[in-house]
Design a protein around this ligand. Sequence first.
Ligand code: DGL
Length: 268
Amino acid sequence: MKLGVFDSGLGGLLIAKAIRDRLPDLNMLYYGDTLHLPYGNRSPEAIYEYARRSMEYLFRQDCRLVVVACNTVSATALRRLQQEYLPSCPWPERRILGVVVPTLETAIERGHKKIGVLGTNHTVRSDVYRQELQKLDPEIEIVQNAAPLLVPMIENDGMPWIQPVLEHYMHPLIMAQSQCVILGCTHYSLLLDQIQNLAGQGTAILSQGEIIPGKLADYLNRHPEIAGDIGRTGEARYVVSDLTDSYKKAAESLYGGPLNIEKIQEAQ
Ligand code: DGL
């Protein structure tokens, strides 16, 4: 069996790459639902439905465990996938993990008392970061801001014009004197240096590519029954639901090197 890594598109390749660097022998299948991206501005019902079909695909491909790298899905659909879809699907023993709780745990472990979050519309509107933080440590303050233009700009060669847009989105987090800024979207790691410059060196920038592999390794250590089912011959496949030349180019630049990315045959 294998580990599945799921994202609405290509941004999750940054997390897949980081997982591969940390756990290179773990067999992995990356699936990006490029046919339906971006998820960030869609309705919660559509996001759930796309995510459910994606889980079904990954489970049919023999994934024992799926890491949902996408914050939008983690925020909008994860609980329903875990509580409604999983128990009633043909593979109820499989597992689906999100990125929100491990990211907040890391912010707390690092002693941050005032947390800033930058995310897509849905991630921020869902209020999932605040709700989960409330359960972990209600004393910690949180400020969130939605940055809906960033993903479309990153995916459409808009990087040369991104600085003023980023300044606008970062402003409330800087004014609130956040001690750390969580990059609550797969794509924002690409803006890490610019965000660090805007926030200043005194503010920690938490990127999920840096956090998730270690948290996944801990999870596998705590769950040998799952870890033992996943093959360790170092195989990795990268598939998407739609593929164009510009996706291929974007995938390689996100992954940081040549990548054999394939389009899946099944209709989604
Ligand atoms: N991958 C999504 C996330 O992490 C962003 C891209 C999208 O809107 O589909 O929130």
